[in-house]
Design a protein around this ligand. Sequence first.
Ligand SMILES: [Mn+2]
Length: 368
Amino acid sequence: MIDINFEESAKKIISLLQEQDNIAIIIKGSPDPDAIASSYFFWKLCTLLHVKATILGFMPASLPSNKEFISAFNIPLHVVADMKESKIHKYTGYIVCDYQTAILEDFFTTTPCIIHLDHHSPAEQDVPARFRILTDKVSSTSTLCALLMQHISFISLEDVSSIATALYVGIKTDSDSFKHMSEYDTITLEYIKPYCNMAIIEQIENTPLTPHALGLLQKAMNNAIVYKDWLIAGAGFVEERYRDTIAIIADYLLHNNPVELVVVYGGVYHNNHTKLDIDASFRTRSENFDLNALIKNITADGGGRKFKGAFQVHIDYFVHCPDQEKLWEIIEITTNQILKNQRDSSLKIALQSKFKNFKNKLKHLFRL
Ligand SMILES: [Mn+2]
């Protein structure tokens, strides 16, 4: 059971928003459907309450279907280069949806976090928030928004329909097409489904992959190796705006191969080729596999939850390498080796996660 009173929470959120003059809704990570939909929910809510609100993101949507999503709902996402450009001090407060922490990379800001919602377990360090729900008992932040919307009576049917449709896409994306649903996700879906505009959902889903993304998929398939029951595929260098394609390829490869775990990675240049990262996406079909532990073994710059994970390792030094082919070769053999080593020691991770599960079950039984 989630120990959250959504009716009380909705009341609290509305009164907090009413105190604001001008609020920023910040999309901290990549603008994926769950982050966009939940930010859209708050933006609509602010509009209805006559509170000025601005949705700010730090990177443009990179998948064609996400771009389609934003334009289908006319979502005013303002992309800024960094915290400085966001001029956060101009706002009376900010909201963060679908991100583990509400910390802004501007340590001098005095602008308070008003609302923070996410479906990951709480991080060790965070800023205070006037209202916060962090629970991994739901598969998406959109689920939490829908549970709140249920208790808000002043939203018109037209707005409920448009918000519900957006949240549906958020839930569908994060639950991997409804494959990983908790009981709350199921209840939520039943509630929003009658309001959803299926034509818009179809239009968003049928956005084709760009030729560029198809090219990357081809490259990843050519480079893929199978080590024991893991599939590891380097996609080569990936342009920053196509970064999300790495995750899509990982989904695709897990769907089409009888392996336990898929890792897809690529080299991604940023800031006009002055920064370089290795971006990796992990997918597993095993509910008990502790992807977070596996990824934290490799780097602190990443993490995972059930079925999904990702990391980003910075290798800016190598932007000066004059030979792209050699550089990719080094990235590929090194990353493959690191992952193979992890596979060899993954029995340990499997045992650890079994123990964790066991502990959680006990906790549940005794309500510790
Ligand atoms: Mn999410």
